[in-house]
Design a protein. Structure first.
Length: 219
């Protein structure tokens, strides 16, 4: 499949409300986006004659999402933040593949039996010092699919995230910041039968770490 392209839009809107001098409430809504990729279908190194089909189309829906956050100022420069969200993953459940240009022009629809997910998180931010600050946070995302419906091509499971960041301000000339996020993706148990073949197992070490940083120097 080559040159799959589409133009889509996914609007979002948010509002922040100051409940008191130390308490902020924020809500963000992100709408659904329809994805319709069209491109070329090419065959190579086949042991049988090349099929006449030459076009392919992939369709799915990116889910809508609602997220709310609450930020409380413990003292000047120190904040505690909470967040919760709902995501309409059931809309991502059906994936469609259509092939055209041949005689049969098959259309396959795969229903992954996805369900809606929810997320919750908490973070602490300390910017009370004149030259440095730091933050730590933890969040949880529920699994969009039950163990019995999970497939090896998209073995999504519940996700745990632990993040931390540190920043230092050296004044007008230099500052830097570093951050890291450790993710655990669950064991991703799979018990799938496809074309008469059973695939069963789980991930032993299903983790990832992201590291990042910035350095700014003014000459």
């Amino acid at each position: 499949m080559d040159n799959l392209t589409d133009i889509g839009y996914q609007p979002f809107a948010g509002v922040t409300y100051n409940l008191s001098g130390s308490l902020l409430l924020g809500i963000v809504y992100r709408a659904e986006m329809d994805v319709d990729l069209d491109g070329d279908l090419n065959f190579r190194s086949l042991a049988f004659p090349t099929p006449p089909a030459n076009d392919v189309e992939l369709k799915w829906n990116n889910p809508q999402k609602v997220k709310a956050g609450l930020s409380y100022e413990l003292s000047p420069g120190r904040r505690l933040a909470f967040s919760a969200s709902w995501e309409d993953w059931s809309e991502f459940s059906e994936n469609q593949l259509a092939i055209t240009g041949g005689q049969l022009n098959p259309v396959a629809v795969l229903d992954r039996n996805f369900r809606d997910t929810w997320n919750a998180g908490v973070a602490y931010i300390d910017l009370s010092h004149a030259t440095h600050g730091y933050s730590v946070g933890f969040s949880y995302d529920s699994s969009p699919v039950r163990n019995r419906d999970r497939t090896i091509d998209l073995p999504f499971d519940e996700t745990y995230k632990l993040s931390a960041a540190y920043g230092w301000d050296g004044g007008k000339q230099m500052d830097f910041a570093i951050g890291a996020t450790l993710l655990y993706f669950g064991d991703g148990k799979v018990d799938q039968v496809a074309q008469g073949v059973r695939f069963k197992g789980e991930f032993d070490t299903n983790i990832a770490m992201f590291l990042g940083g910035t350095l700014r120097y003014v000459f």
